[in-house]
Design a protein around this ligand. Structure first.
Ligand code: GAP
Length: 439
């Protein structure tokens, strides 16, 4: 874990938020490479959901919602709480289910009995900060979909079963945020809500469970590092009839990265009750009116980002890049899937003290830049530069050498095989496009 955290900081994936002020409550900023990687994850999820499945559309709801939504959803009234204990002397709080000791882990003081602690993040809307102005930052993105169910049905003229996908920020006042970006107070979710006939809910639950596991495997996660866990009835969240977690094997244990939930008619029936709008679906053919059941796939963008990093991180014996420097050093190789890697191509002049090589390499960089996420690097030996690119998962390194000047070509080095091949500059774009899209 510490190696990954350090790589993230050193190479511009993730920085602690407001670091010059000492950071802030487990918030993190995604740096130049982090934002590319995160956008790639969101893009492959979105493309998969919207393009791959029938009867699936997307939307993007506001983070701030009418506070009645949270009464209806049960987040203010039912089970959206963690039990915590508080130190009687320093007032530090701990999750009751996590602390094994009877005393404060910081100062050794006595602890209170467990108390319920709501995880909603409160804020005020408007100029007067009174109770009437209180609202909440959404703790899950899906409620924005449920309250728009009727709008989507009417505007898109769709029939059940149908799915609505959404990506967006969610906020929870976690008592003990920890494990880097695994549990934070601000995070992003990729959620899909599948509305179906209650009699078909069990079938669709199994279908989505399999599809979601497949998505992680197709995105590069190794089979032995991912598994499905059925959640016991007594542990189910307040809205769910059945839940499975997709878990990843981090160094701190098997941990949930996504949940598939059968939410029954909990959400639509409660929103009907609280809003006074009848959100039942009417089937014109069978003349049946009913609350659809919802099968939800709820993944964390940050958690999958973390799992992809974990899975890709390798240290290999020095010498892989044939540097003249210490070949005994272990080298970092980040074997991210090509769809997820932040940088696809690096352009490197063989040496930087030959102006004609630098000129040609810069021309190639300008040629490729509109088509691929590219980097140009001329600093240090060529071996060192390969190493720097391997560390950030760059798929191809293009080297401009003396032969390139005569032949108008260059070498393409493959990150995983380290094989090099010569390619004509004029064919470069189409060859790279092909290599980056084909398996
Ligand atoms: N709409 C259902 C829902 O929100 P959840 O199991 O509470 O279900 C779904 O959350 C996913 O959101 C989790 O599997 C995880 O990936 C992500 N998530 C939840 N809390 C998180 C936190 N504090 N930090 C990072 N990701 C979180």
């Amino acid at each position: 874990m510490s190696k990954i955290v350090s790589l993230c900081k050193r190479r511009g994936f993730i920085f602690p938020s407001s670091e010059i002020y000492g950071g802030f409550g487990s918030c993190y900023d995604f740096g130049p490479l982090g934002v590319e990687m995160k956008n790639n994850i969101k893009k492959i999820w979105w493309d998969e959901m919207i393009k791959n499945y029938e009867n699936m559309i997307g939307m993007d709801a506001a983070i701030l919602m009418n506070p009645q939504v949270w009464q209806a959803s049960g987040h203010l009234t039912a089970g959206f709480v963690d039990e915590l204990v508080e130190c009687k002397s320093c007032h530090k709080r701990f999750r009751a289910d996590e602390i094994k000791s009877k005393n404060c882990l910081d100062c050794g003081g006595g602890l209170t009995e467990p108390k319920k602690f709501n995880l909603m993040m409160k804020t005020f809307v408007g100029s007067v900060e009174d109770e009437a102005a209180v609202t909440y930052l959404r703790p899950e993105t899906c409620q924005g979909i449920y309250v728009n169910f009727e709008n989507v049905l009417n505007s898109m003229r769709m029939k059940i079963p149908l799915g609505i996908a959404q990506i967006g920020k969610a906020f929870r006042n976690e008592i003990t945020p920890k494990d880097f970006i695994y549990r934070t107070r601000e995070f992003e979710q990729m959620e899909m809500q599948w509305f179906c006939h209650p009699k078909e809910a069990a079938k669709w639950f199994d279908y989505w469970k399999t599809e979601r596991l497949k998505w992680y495997l197709n995105s590069g996660i190794k089979k032995e590092n991912i598994r499905i866990k059925e959640i016991e009835k007594s542990q189910l969240p307040h809205y769910a009839k059945r839940v499975i977690d997709i878990e990843y094997k981090f160094s701190f244990g098997w941990k949930e990265i996504e949940g598939v939930h059968n939410r029954g008619d909990w959400d639509l029936s409660n929103h009907s009750k609280y809003s006074g709008k009848d959100l039942r679906y009417y089937n014109e053919e069978t003349k049946e009116r009913y609350f659809p059941y919802i099968i939800e796939t709820s993944g964390g963008v940050d958690r999958s980002f973390f799992a992809f990093l974990y899975d890709a991180y390798q240290e290999v014996e020095g010498g892989r890049t044939k540097t003249t420097e210490s070949t005994k050093e272990r080298e970092i190789l980040l074997k991210l899937d090509k769809k997820i890697a932040p940088i696809k191509v690096a352009v490197l002049p063989l040496v930087r003290n030959k102006p004609e090589l630098v000129k040609k390499a810069k021309e190639v960089y300008q040629l490729l830049k509109p088509h691929f996420m590219c980097q140009y690097d001329e600093l240090g030996s060529i071996g060192r530069r390969y190493r720097r690119q391997d560390e950030i998962a760059t798929i191809f390194c293009l080297t401009v050498d003396f032969e390139s000047l005569e032949q108008d070509d260059l070498t393409i080095r493959n990150r995983d095989t380290m094989k090099q091949e010569r390619v004509k500059t004029k064919e470069l774009i189409s060859i790279l496009k092909e290599k980056l899209t084909n398996n």
